[in-house]
Ligand binder design. Structure first.
Ligand code: ADP
Ligand code: 5GP
Length: 215
């Protein structure tokens, strides 16, 4: 890939939307297809699900430790989602951005709103379900929620959908391949912005200057 991350600072890509819409599935495909993208590992107080590994899927913390970190201002954003805390560790993300890496956050809509306040230059992408019926079907299919937890997620989804207009992009996750292609296209198009490629522009100016003769 010719021109990724030519400016010194990386892009912060925020991917959000209701639980069960396919954020995790789409992020996995995105990270496999696009080079030099880094997924931020969130901290959470929820217990690990079977197969989840501390430090790979989440940083699993006790409630006390999480609250201590909130007090110390260690999160770029944090939210209480379905009775558990979730948060994005600030220092690691900012370090990666300073190193010119593009960082993906896969977070809920409350967290995305906080990032927008604290870091408006981020790229905000909302993943939308094709219908409320299909969203419920996907949450059930995932198989990790009790009946009451499914109801809670569906109730929250109504408010989360209302936040869609605050985002820069919307990706309808109906056909998975099309949604993955749209998401990938957004990231690649953002990388091609002139404002993110000032080094190329300056080099071109230097090389071409006012003299267009080529020998
Ligand atoms: P989220 O991370 O938003 O909570 P997941 O990625 O866990 O959602 O997806 C929830 C369920 O929906 C999973 O079983 C996943 O395989 C399924 N899924 C994701 N995208 C699609 C799609 N486009 N069509 C059908 N099922 C999907
Ligand atoms: P799960 O428990 O299913 O892994 O995640 C539940 C919800 O929490 C999902 O909507 C997920 O996107 C969100 N989430 C995961 N990490 C973070 C985070 O760091 N911050 C916020 N605000 N939400 C998160």
């Amino acid at each position: 890939m010719a021109n990724w991350s030519n400016t010194d600072k990386g892009m912060l890509i925020v991917i959000s939307g209701p639980s069960g819409v396919g954020k995790g599935t789409l992020c996995k495909i995105l990270l496999n297809r696009v080079e030099n993208l880094f997924l931020s590992i969130s901290a959470t107080t929820r217990p690990p699900r079977p197969g989840e590994i501390d430090g790979r899927d989440y940083i699993f913390l006790s409630r006390e430790l999480f609250e201590e970190k909130i007090k110390k201002g260690e999160f770029l954003e944090w939210a209480k989602v379905y009775n558990n805390y979730y948060g994005t560790p600030k220092d690691i993300v900012f370090q990666q951005l300073r190193d010119g890496k593009d960082v993906v956050l896969e977070i809920d809509t409350q967290g995305a709103a906080q990032v927008k306040n604290n870091y408006p230059e981020g790229i905000f992408i909302f993943i939308s379900p094709p219908s409320i019926k299909e969203l419920k079907k996907r949450i059930i299919k995932r198989g990790s929620d009790t009946e009451s937890s499914i109801e809670l997620r569906m109730k929250s989804a109504i408010d989360e959908i209302k936040a869609a207009s605050e985002y820069d992009y919307i990706v309808l996750n109906d056909d998975l391949n099309q949604a993955a292609l749209n998401l990938q296209s957004i990231v690649l198009a953002e990388r091609c912005k002139v404002s993110r490629n000032t080094k190329i522009v300056l080099k071109l100016r230097e090389e071409f200057g006012n003299d267009a003769s080529v020998n």
